[in-house]
Design a protein around this ligand. Structure first.
Ligand code: DQA
Length: 145
């Protein structure tokens, strides 16, 4: 059955693909969106894509779109490690949500090891690059069936 999915990316991920961002792989945000869009189209699902650098904008977008959605894939980027506000937002909508990190946050700086927002999600997938988003969609497929 068709499902509606929010794909949310947080701060600085609009810079994916730049040489300074090589820890996150070669793909740009547009590449990432098109890889996800292909999976979504094959599954005959729908997705809404959103990237923003501001915590409040991310929260507003989720609040304005969660009623349309059956699930969410979110990479809150640096806000993962700091944002009780995004944690509260995810908690308050009770939408099955998977958190994705392109890099392995557990093998980087100490301050990346805790994801506050991830505590509000079904699961955290980290270190698989773009494939992590596809794994998250596969997980949502199992959860939502
Ligand atoms: C990230 C990991 C975060 O620690 C970092 O701040 C990011 C990207 C990732 O996808 O690996 O911006 O979420």
């Amino acid at each position: 059955m068709s499902k509606n999915i929010l794909i949310i990316n947080g701060p600085n991920l609009n810079f994916l693909g730049r040489p300074e961002m090589s820890i996150y792989g070669k793909e740009t945000l547009a590449d990432l969106h098109s890889i996800i869009y292909q999976w979504i189209t094959n599954a005959e699902w729908q997705a809404r894509f959103f990237q923003n650098n501001s915590e409040g904008e991310i929260i507003d977008y989720i609040q304005n779109n969660f009623e349309w959605a059956d699930g969410m894939v979110i990479n809150p980027a640096a806000f993962s490690h700091t944002s009780i506000a995004i944690y509260d937002c995810i908690k308050s909508i009770s939408l099955p949500s998977i958190e994705v990190h392109l890099s392995n946050i557990y093998h980087r700086e100490e301050f990346r090891r805790i994801s506050i927002t991830g505590l509000a999600c079904e699961k955290i997938i980290a270190g698989l690059g773009v494939q992590g988003y596809i794994e998250a969609l596969e997980d949502l497929k199992k959860i939502l069936k």
